[in-house]
Ligand binder design. Structure first.
Ligand SMILES: Cc1ncc(COP(=O)(O)O)c(C=O)c1O
Length: 374
């Protein structure tokens, strides 16, 4: 059997990783500013994380959600404290898309409606409901298309006013658009969205799968705007590579047996990974580090000539160029051994570990200057 060939691959085979570095099978070292797509939050193979997961596996790796799993409660309490949402409830999933599916479902159960407002260039995942609210026709199969979804221009308060009504089930927005090119949802927009959802009874969902979990320099990027969504979704950095997602649910939603469910969500190993992530984030002040190191990168990037625009917050940074970014990305990877992400044709996307240090930033800044000069 062959693999279903959907991923264009770099000819690189990493076999080891530590902190912000990877090594391939030939022993070549790479600086990782991509974090495996915003997933590596506390650094690759952090010793505390490895120990927690190893110990857990030696005791029990999995049992179903039909028995008590105290690690789930430990995770919920620690997440509530670190994020500032202690009065919200947690539903555990396995991925970002699954978190968004459950958020939409909860919203619809709650107000009995089905119309959803999403935004231009949004990305919410590839499962049925999540892809229907994703603004990319090429990944929406006919069976996934939904006439209940209206896309309006990103950050456009007037468009939201015109389209929201008492028939709207939910408004779903990323705190910072990731795939859309690191576009920050404005504080004014978030405040207006909160108000309009309150007026109409629509549920405000903040997709924090990419921009959450400390990446922006706050636990959630919408916390810069001082608003509280009704539902937040997470995944990526939550398990530092172990698949886990979560839905944070306001106390206004009532749970009942069987309303939501999953086989793997909340399993022992996933919870051990997520608890270890929160412990390290707290112990090593990684949210603060994301803020300080992000500012350091931004202010130094601003000195480099040849960049069209810088966007983002904390360690979620978009660097836009006039020219297509593919050659820049390839030169960084193959000449300077630095992994970066990209979004669209013109934007380099940085999504490193939240433990990134200044020395790593300097190595990148120097390499980028050289590559831009050609
Ligand atoms: C904002 C956002 N939401 C949802 C998803 C989907 O997450 P997953 O790939 O874990 O299903 C992604 C993935 O890139 C994302 O960036």
């Amino acid at each position: 059997m062959n693999l279903f060939n959907v991923y264009p691959l770099y000819d690189i085979e990493p076999v080891k990783a530590k902190g912000s570095y990877l090594w391939d099978k030939n022993g070549v070292e790479y600086l990782d500013l991509y974090g495996g797509h915003a997933v590596i939050s506390i650094g690759h193979s952090h010793p505390y994380y490895v120990e927690k997961l190893t110990n857990q596996l030696q005791n029990i790796g999995f049992y179903s959600n039909s028995v008590k799993i105290p690690l789930q409660q430990e995770l919920a309490e620690k997440l509530g404290k670190l994020s500032g949402y202690e009065d919200y409830a947690l539903f555990l999933t396995n991925s970002g898309a699954e978190s968004n599916e459950n958020a939409l479902k909860l919203a619809s159960f709650h107000n009995g409606r089905k119309k959803v407002i999403a935004f231009s260039q949004s990305f919410h995942g590839r499962t049925s409901g999540a892809v229907a609210i994703t603004d990319n026709k090429s990944i929406v199969a006919p069976i996934n298309y939904s006439e209940h979804v209206t896309f309006i221009p990103f950050n456009d308060i007037e468009a939201l006013k015109e389209n929201i009504s008492e028939e709207t089930c939910a408004v779903i927005v990323e705190g910072i658009q990731g795939v859309g090119g690191i576009k920050v949802t404005s504080e004014e927009f978030l405040k207006a969205a909160r108000e309009l959802c309150d007026q109409t009874g629509a549920v405000l969902i903040l997709d924090s799968v990419q921009c959450g979990y400390g990446r922006s320099g706050k636990f959630f990027s919408h916390q810069y705007a001082g608003i509280n969504p009704d539902i937040m979704t997470t995944a990526k950095g939550m398990g530092n590579g172990f698949p886990i997602g979560g839905v944070l649910i306001s106390p206004k939603f009532k749970a009942s047996f069987g309303l939501l469910g999953t086989t793997f969500g909340g399993n022992h190993l996933a919870c051990a990974a997520a608890v270890a992530v929160l412990d390290v984030m707290k112990e090593e002040n990684l949210i603060e580090n994301a803020s300080v190191t992000g500012d350091y990168l931004m202010s130094n990037l601003a000195q480099i000539e040849g960049i069209k625009e810088l966007r983002g917050k904390g360690l979620m940074i978009g660097i836009e160029f006039e020219r297509p970014v593919d050659k820049i990305r390839d030169a960084l990877l193959f000449e300077h051994n630095i992994f970066c992400g990209y979004a669209g044709k013109h934007t380099l996307r940085l999504l490193p570990s939240l433990a990134l240090g200044k020395a790593e930033c300097d190595r990148f800044l120097e390499a980028l200057s050289l590559v831009i000069k050609g």
